[in-house]
Design a protein around this ligand. Structure first.
Ligand code: HEC
Ligand code: HEC
Length: 403
């Protein structure tokens, strides 16, 4: 609700005027977010209410308790970003949008190992889920002190992780620049894109609303996409409910089944040293987790050129992981059962295999966690508590186009 509305509502209550006139006032005010001319333009292509939509992220109480900063987002820029995100104009031949590979019902991941780009060619890696937040504080634009990664000097590494499986982008704006111009993904030149979008009537309205002038620039496109992606907050999970109640991941959660609590314990013992224990901040940014080498993807090593980084990939956030199959940077595992089998008995030797996955009692050979079937089932049950069933239906993140 906008402040002016709140005040009006109060006035209505205080003066005890006719209830019906309050409702009328409210309708008049909310109806004026766009001018009638602007709204007529939007209405032709987009299914948007004539009202402000709030994109301000709301954190779960346990995150606030742990002083995770809330990013300041602009509602009008994020809305523009949402339209861009779903718009196939962003690809060279109008074939794909961001949402083609990042689907809301899949927590903004894709359900194939490699996604199809604008020309039908497959992407090099598996699409990443975008609603893994509160990663947004560490990896979606700001570090834990609220600095935007973009503003950090090059030599200062932020607390947060970078973007992509090899962390080659520092912000969503960087990532979007690379993705839009990628030969496989969208094949679009940013200067051409700005010109193309300037000819689209609804962007005249949306850019003016967000930036005060209708000019379509590369920076504005990238910033708006970033604001939208940064607004994805996923906190309505059974796990968050437990954290809110107990404030510590180590507690026995009263809202969990016995099996889920056993799974949580196993996760804290075997997995949280990389993936983190609160699903909000990761513990490790990149690692080699002992996958058999199937292709020659060097991962972080391909970016830094260091042999010590070869075979290391981003430690992905596990929020909504039950929705984001297939798994790993190349989508090699079709199910979470296969992932758990990997950690349990199939970790392979690699020069850069992380120490946490080596057995200190066995000359640093790959660790064998050897989970029993009951333990595997419990881990799986725990991973299912990380699913946010509201996010995937959240209207403000949905496709705004009339198709
Ligand atoms: C053709 C499919 C495709 C399209 C279109 C696409 N992406 Fe992606 N996206 C991917 C793949 C694949 C990755 C992982 C690539 C890698 O790591 O090398 C990825 C990674 C990302 C990441 C990094 C997430 C993380 O946690 O590191 C973000 C953010 C993202 N995409 C946002 C977008 C946005 C915004 C758009 C539209 C401008 C977009 N994507 C368009 C397939 C796609
Ligand atoms: C040494 C750090 C480390 C530990 C410990 C670890 N992981 Fe991972 N995990 C990773 C890395 C790195 C990846 C991505 C690897 C890749 O794709 O090349 C990953 C990927 C995953 C994925 C796939 C996510 C996706 O979106 O594709 C799941 C699920 C997962 N791990 C669960 C677990 C579980 C369960 C445990 C404990 C049994 C565990 N991890 C222990 C580092 C770790």
């Amino acid at each position: 609700m906008t402040p002016i509305l709140t005040r009006l509502g109060l006035l209505c209550l205080l003066s005890m005027t006719l209830f019906s006139s309050c409702i009328q006032d409210r309708e008049e005010i909310t109806a004026s977010f766009y001018t009638p001319e602007d709204y007529a333009v939007l209405e032709r292509s987009l299914n948007l209410p004539n009202d402000r939509i709030s994109y301000q992220a709301e954190l779960a109480p346990h995150m606030e308790f742990n002083s995770i900063p809330i990013p300041e987002l602009s509602d009008t820029k994020a809305l523009l970003g949402r339209v861009l995100f779903y718009d196939t104009h962003l690809s060279r031949n109008n074939a794909v949008s961001c949402a083609s590979c990042h689907k809301q019902e899949l927590a903004f991941a894709d359900d194939v190992a490699k996604s199809k780009g604008f020309d039908g060619e497959l992407t090099k890696r598996n699409s990443l889920a975008l609603a893994a937040t509160v990663s947004f504080t560490s990896s979606y634009g700001t570090d834990l002190s609220g600095n935007t990664l973009a503003n950090l000097p090059d030599n200062q590494s932020a607390f947060g992780a970078g973007f992509f499986w090899d962390e080659r982008a520092r912000t969503v704006a960087d990532q979007s620049r690379l993705t839009i111009q990628d030969d496989v993904e969208m094949g679009m030149n940013l200067a051409d894109l700005s010109r193309k979008l300037a000819d689209v009537d609804y962007y005249q309205v949306l850019f003016r609303k967000a930036y005060g002038s209708p000019a379509v620039t590369e920076d504005r496109i990238l910033e708006a996409l970033q604001e939208f992606v940064n607004s994805f907050v996923s906190t309505h999970t059974k796990f968050d409910e437990g954290m809110n109640r107990h404030n510590s991941s180590g507690a026995v959660f009263s809202n969990f089944t016995e099996q889920e609590n056993i799974g949580k314990k196993l996760f804290l013992e075997n997995c949280s040293s990389c993936h983190g224990s609160n699903m909000t901040t990761q513990f490790e940014r990149v690692a080699n987790n002992g996958l058999a080498i199937l292709d020659n993807d060097l991962g972080v090593g391909g970016v830094t050129g260091s042999i010590l980084d070869r075979g290391k990939f981003k430690v992905p956030f596990l929020r909504n992981v039950a929705l984001t199959a297939p798994y790993m940077h190349d989508g090699r595992f079709a199910s979470l059962e296969e992932v758990i089998d990997h950690y349990s008995e199939n970790i392979e030797m690699h020069n850069n295999l992380d120490f946490r996955l080596r057995d200190p009692n066995d000359t640093n050979q790959p660790m064998r966690m050897n989970f029993s079937q009951a333990e595997k089932d419990a881990l799986l049950a725990f991973l299912y508590t990380l699913t946010d069933n509201e996010l995937i239906y959240e209207e403000k993140f949905s496709d705004p186009f009339i198709r």
